[in-house]
Design a protein around this ligand. Structure first.
Ligand code: OGA
Ligand code: MN
Length: 295
């Protein structure tokens, strides 16, 4: 199989042509996709009319899938597969979520720059988001290249941050929007985990800044000092030259590498229009602190 790759941005992100993902790629095809991911970190496949089983099948062919979802009201899951993430504004009956629904409040957190599942001990590897239904306007997804951000960081800052350890939790990211409405069980499930602030990517041999809205502190630092630095790094890393904006078409499948990119949702009129996006997520091999820092 020869994938045709067309870059979408000077630094990263490419569109892939010449593949129909309704047929699960064989081992050689998957290896080619992994190689393209190592280089581009974000891949866009247009016009892929996948159903849930086909999307899950493609994900499972690329690597082990995450088994848990980090959401509130987990028992109100709309989709057939328990580990397919529902990135929509639709409830189990097909209605738009009410304006004051806590799932809607919680989901607004996707508009903050983040890396998926950085709040889990072993975070996400790839996310594969498929557009089933899109609103007429808004609802773009932005991606930032955290390898390019690392490369551009002044040496003094590289030295300062390279060995730092952060704590991540959904309680921190949602708290930034003032959301604090949890059950005791959710509070326990969302207890903070530790991650490296700078990581190394074995497929590309590159370093990246591992930022996420889920960060709530740096180990051993006073929290305000930690969060001031994290905020500075986030602003640095999401400068326009590092960002690719994806304008969705129905049936797009976009895959991103959470080890080397951040992303965020852009707003849309979610009280008026449905947006039905479904995500299959691959799991990383180990907590970041247990991973090698360089070859
Ligand atoms: C996600 C996510 C952004 C969007 O699926 O993990 O953050 O635009 N999505 O829906
Ligand atoms: Mn996300």
């Amino acid at each position: 199989m020869a994938l045709h790759l067309s870059p979408l941005h000077p630094l990263f992100a490419a569109e892939v042509r010449g593949i129909d993902l309704r047929q699960t790629p064989d081992a050689a095809g998957c290896a080619e996709i992994h190689r393209a991911m190592d280089r581009y970190a974000v891949l866009v496949f247009r016009d892929q009319r996948l159903d849930d089983d086909q999307q899950m099948g493609f994900g499972a062919a690329l690597g082990p899938l995450e088994q848990t979802r980090g959401v509130v009201d987990a028992h109100k899951h709309r989709l057939k597969h328990h580990n397919m993430a529902d990135i929509s504004n639709i409830d189990v009956d097909g209605n738009l979520l009410a304006a004051d629904d806590r799932r809607r409040m919680f989901n607004l957190g996707n508009q903050l720059w983040h890396s998926d599942s950085s709040f889990k001990a072993t975070p996400a590897l790839y996310s594969m988001l498929h557009a089933r239904l899109i609103p007429p306007e808004g609802g773009e997804t932005e991606f930032a290249d955290m390898r390019a951000a690392w490369d551009a960081l002044p040496q003094r800052l590289k030295d300062e941050v390279k060995d730092l350890v952060t704590e991540h939790s959904l309680l921190f990211s949602r708290g930034k929007l003032g959301f604090a409405d949890y059950t005791d069980q959710e509070r326990q499930d969302f207890a903070p985990v530790q991650q490296r602030l700078v990581r190394w990517h074995p497929g590309s041999g590159r370093h990246s800044i591992y930022l996420s809205s889920h960060i709530g502190t740096i180990l051993g630092w006073p929290t305000p000092e930690a969060m001031a630095l994290i905020r500075w790094l986030e602003e640095f890393a999401t400068q326009r030259p590092f960002v690719y904006t994806h304008h969705w078409r129905q049936h797009d499948l976009v895959i991103w590498d959470n080890r080397s990119t951040m992303h965020r949702a852009r707003p849309y009129a979610d009280k008026t229009f449905a947006r039905d996006m479904r995500r299959v997520t691959l799991t990383d091999v180990a907590p970041t602190l247990a991973q090698r820092m360089a070859a």
